[in-house]
Design a protein around this ligand. Structure first.
Ligand code: NAG
Ligand code: NAG
Ligand code: NAG
Ligand code: CU
Length: 253
Protein backbone atom coordinates (compact mmCIF):
# COMPACT_ATOMS: atom_id res chain seq x y z
CA UNK A 1 0.00 0.00 0.00
CA UNK A 2 1.72 3.14 -1.20
CA UNK A 3 4.87 1.49 -0.07
CA UNK A 4 8.32 2.97 -0.27
CA UNK A 5 9.34 0.57 -3.02
CA UNK A 6 12.95 0.60 -4.02
CA UNK A 7 14.05 -0.66 -7.45
CA UNK A 8 15.61 -3.81 -5.99
CA UNK A 9 12.15 -4.83 -4.78
CA UNK A 10 10.63 -4.20 -8.18
CA UNK A 11 13.24 -6.36 -9.85
CA UNK A 12 12.59 -9.16 -7.42
CA UNK A 13 8.84 -8.83 -7.85
CA UNK A 14 9.12 -8.93 -11.63
CA UNK A 15 10.93 -12.23 -11.28
CA UNK A 16 7.97 -13.80 -9.51
CA UNK A 17 5.24 -15.44 -11.49
CA UNK A 18 1.61 -14.46 -11.17
CA UNK A 19 -0.11 -11.15 -10.68
CA UNK A 20 1.82 -9.36 -7.99
CA UNK A 21 0.96 -5.81 -7.07
CA UNK A 22 2.00 -4.97 -3.55
CA UNK A 23 1.55 -6.00 0.05
CA UNK A 24 1.42 -9.80 0.23
CA UNK A 25 -0.21 -12.37 2.41
CA UNK A 26 0.04 -15.73 4.08
CA UNK A 27 -0.52 -18.31 1.33
CA UNK A 28 0.52 -21.68 2.72
CA UNK A 29 1.54 -23.40 5.92
CA UNK A 30 4.06 -26.14 6.54
CA UNK A 31 4.43 -28.53 9.47
CA UNK A 32 7.60 -30.55 9.13
CA UNK A 33 7.75 -31.56 5.48
CA UNK A 34 4.00 -31.32 4.90
CA UNK A 35 2.52 -28.39 3.00
CA UNK A 36 -0.98 -27.13 3.56
CA UNK A 37 -2.53 -24.94 0.95
CA UNK A 38 -4.13 -21.71 2.05
CA UNK A 39 -6.21 -19.17 0.22
CA UNK A 40 -4.97 -17.38 -2.87
CA UNK A 41 -6.74 -14.08 -3.65
CA UNK A 42 -5.56 -14.36 -7.28
CA UNK A 43 -7.51 -17.59 -7.83
CA UNK A 44 -11.32 -17.54 -8.10
CA UNK A 45 -12.93 -17.94 -4.67
CA UNK A 46 -15.31 -20.58 -6.03
CA UNK A 47 -12.34 -22.88 -6.74
CA UNK A 48 -11.19 -22.66 -3.12
CA UNK A 49 -13.89 -21.84 -0.61
CA UNK A 50 -15.56 -25.02 0.62
CA UNK A 51 -12.90 -27.29 -0.90
CA UNK A 52 -12.03 -30.24 1.30
CA UNK A 53 -8.34 -29.30 1.41
CA UNK A 54 -8.84 -25.73 2.57
CA UNK A 55 -7.34 -25.01 6.01
CA UNK A 56 -7.34 -21.21 5.95
CA UNK A 57 -9.99 -18.56 6.37
CA UNK A 58 -10.22 -16.73 3.03
CA UNK A 59 -8.94 -13.21 2.53
CA UNK A 60 -10.40 -11.57 -0.55
CA UNK A 61 -7.53 -9.23 -1.26
CA UNK A 62 -3.98 -8.41 -0.28
CA UNK A 63 -5.15 -5.01 0.96
CA UNK A 64 -4.60 -4.18 4.62
CA UNK A 65 -7.13 -3.48 7.33
CA UNK A 66 -6.67 0.05 8.60
CA UNK A 67 -8.83 0.23 11.70
CA UNK A 68 -8.31 -1.52 15.03
CA UNK A 69 -12.12 -1.53 15.32
CA UNK A 70 -12.76 -3.30 12.01
CA UNK A 71 -14.28 -6.71 12.71
CA UNK A 72 -12.08 -8.12 9.96
CA UNK A 73 -9.01 -7.42 12.08
CA UNK A 74 -9.70 -10.85 13.61
CA UNK A 75 -9.41 -13.08 10.54
CA UNK A 76 -9.45 -10.77 7.54
CA UNK A 77 -12.27 -10.37 5.02
CA UNK A 78 -14.40 -12.44 4.54
CA UNK A 79 -12.71 -14.80 7.02
CA UNK A 80 -15.34 -17.50 6.67
CA UNK A 81 -14.46 -20.94 8.11
CA UNK A 82 -12.52 -23.50 6.07
CA UNK A 83 -13.29 -27.22 5.87
CA UNK A 84 -10.05 -28.77 7.10
CA UNK A 85 -7.66 -28.59 10.01
CA UNK A 86 -3.88 -28.68 10.03
CA UNK A 87 -2.82 -31.51 12.34
CA UNK A 88 0.06 -30.51 14.61
CA UNK A 89 1.56 -31.62 17.90
CA UNK A 90 2.08 -29.19 20.73
CA UNK A 91 5.78 -28.31 20.68
CA UNK A 92 6.01 -28.52 16.89
CA UNK A 93 6.54 -25.55 14.61
CA UNK A 94 4.02 -24.29 12.14
CA UNK A 95 5.64 -22.25 9.40
CA UNK A 96 3.68 -19.55 7.62
CA UNK A 97 4.69 -19.23 3.97
CA UNK A 98 4.47 -15.85 2.27
CA UNK A 99 5.33 -15.89 -1.42
CA UNK A 100 6.62 -12.41 -0.94
CA UNK A 101 6.43 -9.64 1.63
CA UNK A 102 7.68 -6.16 0.95
CA UNK A 103 6.98 -3.89 3.88
CA UNK A 104 9.95 -3.44 6.20
CA UNK A 105 8.72 -1.77 9.40
CA UNK A 106 6.53 -3.01 12.24
CA UNK A 107 5.97 -6.01 14.51
CA UNK A 108 4.68 -9.50 13.76
CA UNK A 109 2.60 -11.56 16.17
CA UNK A 110 1.01 -15.02 16.24
CA UNK A 111 -2.06 -15.87 18.30
CA UNK A 112 -4.20 -18.88 19.18
CA UNK A 113 -7.85 -19.15 20.17
CA UNK A 114 -9.41 -22.32 21.52
CA UNK A 115 -12.60 -23.46 19.79
CA UNK A 116 -13.68 -25.21 23.00
CA UNK A 117 -15.33 -28.57 22.61
CA UNK A 118 -16.83 -27.74 19.25
CA UNK A 119 -15.76 -27.18 15.70
CA UNK A 120 -13.81 -24.04 14.81
CA UNK A 121 -16.32 -23.33 12.06
CA UNK A 122 -18.94 -22.72 14.75
CA UNK A 123 -17.04 -20.02 16.66
CA UNK A 124 -17.32 -16.28 16.15
CA UNK A 125 -13.79 -15.00 15.60
CA UNK A 126 -14.79 -11.66 17.13
CA UNK A 127 -15.97 -13.35 20.34
CA UNK A 128 -13.29 -15.99 20.96
CA UNK A 129 -10.42 -15.25 23.32
CA UNK A 130 -7.06 -14.94 21.63
CA UNK A 131 -3.69 -15.33 23.34
CA UNK A 132 -0.36 -14.33 21.85
CA UNK A 133 2.17 -17.15 21.44
CA UNK A 134 4.91 -15.39 19.50
CA UNK A 135 6.11 -11.91 18.65
CA UNK A 136 9.02 -10.15 17.00
CA UNK A 137 9.74 -6.50 16.45
CA UNK A 138 12.89 -4.46 16.02
CA UNK A 139 15.94 -6.75 15.93
CA UNK A 140 18.69 -4.16 15.68
CA UNK A 141 19.22 -0.40 15.42
CA UNK A 142 20.01 2.32 14.85
CA UNK A 143 16.35 3.40 15.32
CA UNK A 144 12.76 2.53 14.45
CA UNK A 145 12.91 3.88 10.91
CA UNK A 146 16.29 2.55 9.84
CA UNK A 147 16.70 -0.47 12.08
CA UNK A 148 16.18 -4.07 11.07
CA UNK A 149 12.75 -5.47 11.96
CA UNK A 150 11.87 -9.17 11.79
CA UNK A 151 9.32 -8.12 9.15
CA UNK A 152 12.25 -7.21 6.91
CA UNK A 153 14.62 -9.91 8.11
CA UNK A 154 12.27 -12.76 7.16
CA UNK A 155 12.07 -11.63 3.53
CA UNK A 156 13.91 -13.55 0.83
CA UNK A 157 14.50 -11.91 -2.49
CA UNK A 158 16.03 -14.91 -4.25
CA UNK A 159 12.73 -16.31 -5.50
CA UNK A 160 12.16 -18.54 -2.48
CA UNK A 161 9.20 -17.82 -0.20
CA UNK A 162 9.41 -15.94 3.07
CA UNK A 163 9.14 -18.39 5.98
CA UNK A 164 7.86 -17.53 9.44
CA UNK A 165 8.12 -20.40 11.94
CA UNK A 166 6.19 -20.31 15.20
CA UNK A 167 6.27 -22.96 17.95
CA UNK A 168 3.00 -24.25 19.37
CA UNK A 169 3.64 -24.18 23.15
CA UNK A 170 4.62 -27.72 24.16
CA UNK A 171 2.50 -27.76 27.32
CA UNK A 172 -0.69 -26.54 25.61
CA UNK A 173 -3.84 -28.56 26.18
CA UNK A 174 -4.78 -30.39 22.96
CA UNK A 175 -7.87 -29.48 20.97
CA UNK A 176 -9.13 -27.46 18.07
CA UNK A 177 -7.67 -23.99 17.77
CA UNK A 178 -7.55 -21.10 15.35
CA UNK A 179 -4.10 -19.69 14.66
CA UNK A 180 -3.91 -16.03 13.73
CA UNK A 181 -0.82 -14.54 12.14
CA UNK A 182 -0.62 -10.77 12.01
CA UNK A 183 1.81 -8.42 10.35
CA UNK A 184 1.45 -4.81 11.45
CA UNK A 185 3.11 -2.44 9.00
CA UNK A 186 3.88 1.06 10.23
CA UNK A 187 6.00 2.41 7.40
CA UNK A 188 3.42 5.13 6.67
CA UNK A 189 3.23 7.71 9.42
CA UNK A 190 0.14 7.49 11.61
CA UNK A 191 -1.54 5.06 9.20
CA UNK A 192 -1.05 1.52 10.49
CA UNK A 193 -1.81 -1.44 8.25
CA UNK A 194 -2.92 -4.77 9.68
CA UNK A 195 -2.50 -7.99 7.70
CA UNK A 196 -4.14 -10.87 9.61
CA UNK A 197 -4.73 -14.41 8.34
CA UNK A 198 -6.23 -17.37 10.21
CA UNK A 199 -6.13 -21.14 9.86
CA UNK A 200 -7.69 -24.02 11.77
CA UNK A 201 -5.49 -26.36 13.80
CA UNK A 202 -6.09 -29.73 15.39
CA UNK A 203 -3.47 -29.73 18.14
CA UNK A 204 -2.48 -33.05 19.71
CA UNK A 205 -0.26 -33.72 22.71
CA UNK A 206 -0.22 -34.68 26.34
CA UNK A 207 -0.18 -31.18 27.81
CA UNK A 208 -2.85 -29.63 29.98
CA UNK A 209 -1.75 -26.01 30.22
CA UNK A 210 -3.90 -23.10 29.17
CA UNK A 211 -3.10 -19.42 29.60
CA UNK A 212 -4.83 -17.47 32.37
CA UNK A 213 -7.33 -14.69 31.79
CA UNK A 214 -4.78 -11.88 31.67
CA UNK A 215 -3.44 -13.15 28.36
CA UNK A 216 -6.85 -13.24 26.68
CA UNK A 217 -7.75 -10.60 24.09
CA UNK A 218 -10.49 -10.04 21.58
CA UNK A 219 -10.27 -8.77 18.03
CA UNK A 220 -11.45 -6.06 17.82
CA UNK A 221 -10.58 -5.07 21.37
CA UNK A 222 -6.93 -6.01 21.79
CA UNK A 223 -5.67 -2.77 20.30
CA UNK A 224 -6.38 0.92 20.79
CA UNK A 225 -6.20 3.29 17.82
CA UNK A 226 -4.09 5.75 19.83
CA UNK A 227 -1.63 3.15 21.15
CA UNK A 228 1.80 4.79 20.69
CA UNK A 229 3.01 1.60 19.01
CA UNK A 230 0.14 1.65 16.50
CA UNK A 231 -0.48 5.31 15.73
CA UNK A 232 3.15 6.12 15.25
CA UNK A 233 5.46 8.10 13.05
CA UNK A 234 8.66 6.08 12.96
CA UNK A 235 10.35 8.89 11.04
CA UNK A 236 9.77 11.25 13.98
CA UNK A 237 12.66 13.21 15.32
CA UNK A 238 13.32 11.02 18.38
CA UNK A 239 16.28 8.78 17.82
CA UNK A 240 14.91 5.88 19.77
CA UNK A 241 14.94 2.11 19.80
CA UNK A 242 12.05 1.66 22.18
CA UNK A 243 9.03 -0.02 20.76
CA UNK A 244 6.48 -2.05 22.69
CA UNK A 245 4.77 -4.69 20.58
CA UNK A 246 1.03 -4.18 21.10
CA UNK A 247 -1.39 -6.84 22.38
CA UNK A 248 0.13 -7.70 25.75
CA UNK A 249 2.54 -10.44 26.82
CA UNK A 250 3.38 -13.69 25.05
CA UNK A 251 2.26 -16.97 26.61
CA UNK A 252 4.69 -19.70 25.66
CA UNK A 253 3.48 -22.50 27.90
C1 NAG B 1 0.80 -22.56 -1.92
O1 NAG B 1 0.00 -21.46 -2.19
C2 NAG B 1 -0.14 -21.15 -3.56
C3 NAG B 1 -0.86 -19.83 -3.65
O2 NAG B 1 -1.95 -19.81 -2.79
C4 NAG B 1 -0.86 -22.30 -4.24
O3 NAG B 1 -1.02 -22.02 -5.62
C5 NAG B 1 -0.04 -23.54 -4.07
O4 NAG B 1 -0.75 -24.65 -4.57
C6 NAG B 1 0.30 -23.80 -2.61
N1 NAG B 1 1.33 -24.79 -2.54
C7 NAG B 1 1.17 -25.93 -1.91
C8 NAG B 1 2.30 -26.88 -1.98
O5 NAG B 1 0.16 -26.21 -1.29
C1 NAG C 1 10.80 -23.18 15.29
O1 NAG C 1 10.24 -21.90 15.59
C2 NAG C 1 11.06 -21.12 16.44
C3 NAG C 1 10.24 -19.90 16.84
O2 NAG C 1 10.07 -19.02 15.78
C4 NAG C 1 12.35 -20.81 15.74
O3 NAG C 1 13.19 -20.07 16.59
C5 NAG C 1 13.04 -22.09 15.33
O4 NAG C 1 14.16 -21.79 14.54
C6 NAG C 1 12.09 -22.97 14.53
N1 NAG C 1 12.73 -24.23 14.22
C7 NAG C 1 12.75 -24.71 12.98
C8 NAG C 1 13.40 -26.05 12.83
O5 NAG C 1 12.27 -24.11 12.03
C1 NAG D 1 8.87 4.63 24.35
O1 NAG D 1 9.06 4.75 25.76
C2 NAG D 1 8.25 5.74 26.38
C3 NAG D 1 8.66 5.83 27.83
O2 NAG D 1 8.63 4.57 28.44
C4 NAG D 1 6.77 5.37 26.20
O3 NAG D 1 5.96 6.37 26.76
C5 NAG D 1 6.47 5.27 24.70
O4 NAG D 1 5.14 4.87 24.53
C6 NAG D 1 7.42 4.29 24.04
N1 NAG D 1 7.18 4.28 22.62
C7 NAG D 1 6.85 3.16 21.97
C8 NAG D 1 6.63 3.30 20.52
O5 NAG D 1 6.73 2.06 22.52
CU1 CU E 1 1.16 -2.49 1.16
Amino acid sequence: MAAVVVPLFLAALAALSGPVLAHGGLNNYTVGETWYRGYDPNTPAADQVGQSWMVQRPWASIDPIFSVDDKHIACNDPGSPPTSYIPIQAGENITAVYWYWLHPVGPMTAWLASCGDGDCSAVDVNEVEWFKIWEAGLLEGPNLAEGLWYQKAFQNWDGSPDLWPVTIPASLKPGKYIIRHEILSIHIENKPQFYPECAHLEISGAGSAFPPKEYMKKFPGAYKADDPSIRINVYGSEDTMNYTIPGGPVWDG
